[in-house]
Design a protein around this ligand. Structure first.
Ligand code: ZN
Ligand code: ZN
Length: 181
């Protein structure tokens, strides 16, 4: 079912009581995303959860609960590690202009993100991608205490010690460190 795999939900399929969509995003889903966006910063992931769609007149309330893991690379030691992730979101979709201009912040009710939908379809695919991107840390760390790689020999200082001089000794900033202000 390619249509549902792409998470496009036709408005007319949303009953008055709301529609609950089971989300199960595995390797294939992420592989397809990666093909479209080679800069994706995580190797793989598994995310499951539910998204509930409710019609309120012309607006669509989207409430999601997602949890799973992202396989990230540590920004200090480059090791791959799995980070548990979890997010709950409420999003209000309002009928938007065909080409949505900049959003008017004043219209956004507090605690509710506002977005547009166009046509008669909710593009759950891009909502899911957006939410998952928000889960990716700016500087992923395998552990807060990660010691990283030696800048000179590349040794993984979490697992080995190297014989390089301490970086400050030869660095142009070494003298600065001695300056007492
Ligand atoms: Zn690390
Ligand atoms: Zn070293």
């Amino acid at each position: 079912m390619p249509a549902s795999a792409l998470h496009q939900v036709a408005l007319k399929t949303i009953p008055d009581l709301g529609l609950e969509v089971a989300i199960d995003l595995g390797p294939q889903w992420f592989a397809r995303w990666r093909e479209e966006d080679p800069d994706l910063e995580f190797a793989a992931a598994r995310i499951t959860g539910t998204v509930r769609l409710e019609k309120h007149a012309l607006d669509i309330l989207v409430r999601g609960n997602l949890a799973g893991r992202l396989d990230l690379a540590c920004s200090r030691c480059l090791a791959a590690f799995a980070a548990p992730v979890e997010v709950a979101f409420d999003l209000l979709l309002v009928p938007g202009p065909a080409a949505a201009g900049p959003q008017d912040e004043e219209l956004t009710p507090p605690d509710l993100d506002l977005d547009y939908y166009t046509g008669d379809v909710v593009d759950l695919e891009s909502i899911l991608r957006e939410q998952i991107l928000l889960l990716v840390p700016l500087k992923p760390l395998c552990a807060e205490s990660c010691r990283g790689l030696c800048p000179q020999c590349g040794a993984d200082l979490n697992h080995e010690t190297c014989t390089c001089r301490t970086p400050t000794a030869n660095s142009p900033f070494a003298d600065l460190a001695k300056v007492k202000i």
